[in-house]
Design a protein around this ligand. Structure first.
Ligand code: SAH
Length: 356
């Protein structure tokens, strides 16, 4: 038996890797398929749970590999049905995942990193420094556990997934794509990529890479302003990747995928509530095939940022509609438990992750 520390993560193996292991062990390859199915389609949390696998293989797997599932540390329920989970990772760090129920959907909002390095001025997660990327299995587990939670709590399975939790998914590119592969493939959870949306701060090189890789899920970009000086004042990334480069990458995305981009946009008093801001957004949306989600601001306790008046939201809507651009106003969910966009960084987590 090998030392505990030398064991490998069973979920770090591809199907081909698993086949090689079983080959080396002189075991038939259908056993590798069965193990793969237990891991990704059934989502077992331990090797012992693989009921149709002979004892000697279970032992061998246990001697050489581990499965370290995530665990729910704390579950909070909002008065609107939204559920926020504090998710403990195998090394003790905590991220958050959110289940958002509506009449027709159960949506999982998942995290891709512990903390975040982007420093957007309006986002609570930015207050936590980036500690590490999540592994594919840690991302997969968040989705699977919310799927189970949806069935237990609402009697309904998961329908949609959004990468809008903590972290920047495109800064953890490989692991996020590997997780999505397991979430979508028929031998995994079998959820259609059309029901998955990845939200990014807007990293042009990585957006082009997504297009080149032929991904089938949806892309959302956190725009918040179509004017460089305004966007840079809130989102430091805009200095390194200004709008002209972002637009170029979105153009490229559309050419290759033929799928519209969703722009996420919060309107703040005195920041982007001017007619110039509206005009700039309309111009951008006319150039890039896109739709707009106007999202409500969720306070993170900084006086600088305040939700603009309703009439400004109406003016945005009107101007976009007039130019034939589809626009939706998204009301926040789970505000009373700090589960809404940009609020993921509870005090608990800040202390736990700081102690690490
Ligand atoms: N890093 C990714 C995903 C995480 S943020 C991204 O930037 O898109 C998910 C969404 O919540 C983004 O659109 C983000 O801009 C938005 N957001 C962040 N803080 C917010 C807040 N306080 N109120 C409302 N939306 C916020």
């Amino acid at each position: 038996m090998i030392k505990e520390t030398l064991k490998k993560n069973l979920r770090g193996l591809s199907k081909a890797d698993l086949q090689t292991v079983f080959n080396d062990w002189d075991e038939p390859s259908f056993r590798a398929d069965q193990v793969y199915d237990w891991i990704w389609a059934k989502g077992v949390h331990s090797i012992e749970e693989m009921r149709n696998i002979p004892k000697q293989i279970i032992k061998r797997l246990n001697d050489n590999f581990f499965i370290k599932p995530i665990a729910f540390e704390n579950i909070q329920k909002s008065s609107d049905g939204t559920i926020k989970n504090a998710v403990r990772l195998h090394d003790g760090l905590i991220v958050e995942s959110v289940l958002i129920p509506t009449d027709k959907r159960i949506t999982a909002c998942v995290s891709s990193q512990v903390g975040c390095s982007l420093n957007c001025a309006f986002c609570a997660t930015a207050k936590l420094k980036r500690m590490r990327n999540l592994n594919p299995d840690e991302i997969f587990d968040q989705v699977l556990s919310i799927h189970k939670q949806g069935i237990e709590t609402f009697g309904r399975p998961l329908t949609n997934i959004v990468f809008m939790g903590m972290g920047e998914p495109l800064m953890n590119y490989n692991n996020v794509l590997k997780a999505i592969e397991k979430i979508t493939e028929p031998s995994g959870l079998g959820i259609s990529p059309r029901r998955i949306t990845l939200s990014t701060v807007g990293l042009p090189k990585m957006i082009k890479r997504l297009a080149d890789d032929g991904v089938k899920f949806n892309l959302a970009v956190s725009l918040h302003s179509a004017r460089d000086n305004v966007r840079s004042s809130m989102m430091p990334i805009n200095d390194a990747a200004p709008l002209i480069e972002l637009e170029d990458s979105l153009d490229y995305w559309y050419k290759l995928t033929k799928r519209k981009i969703t722009f996420e946009y919060v309107i703040w008093k005195g920041i982007n509530d001017d007619i110039e801001d509206i005009n700039a957004l309309v111009r951008l949306c006319k150039r890039i095939p896109s739709k707009v989600n106007l999202i409500e601001y969720n306070s993170i306790g900084d006086d600088k940022f305040q939700q603009a008046d309703e009439e400004i939201t109406n003016s945005y809507q009107l101007a976009l509609n007039r130019s034939g651009i589809s626009v939706h106003v998204r009301r926040s969910r789970g505000k009373d438990i700090d589960a809404a966009c940009g609020q993921l960084a509870n005090k608990n987590m800040t202390t736990i992750n700081k102690e690490k």
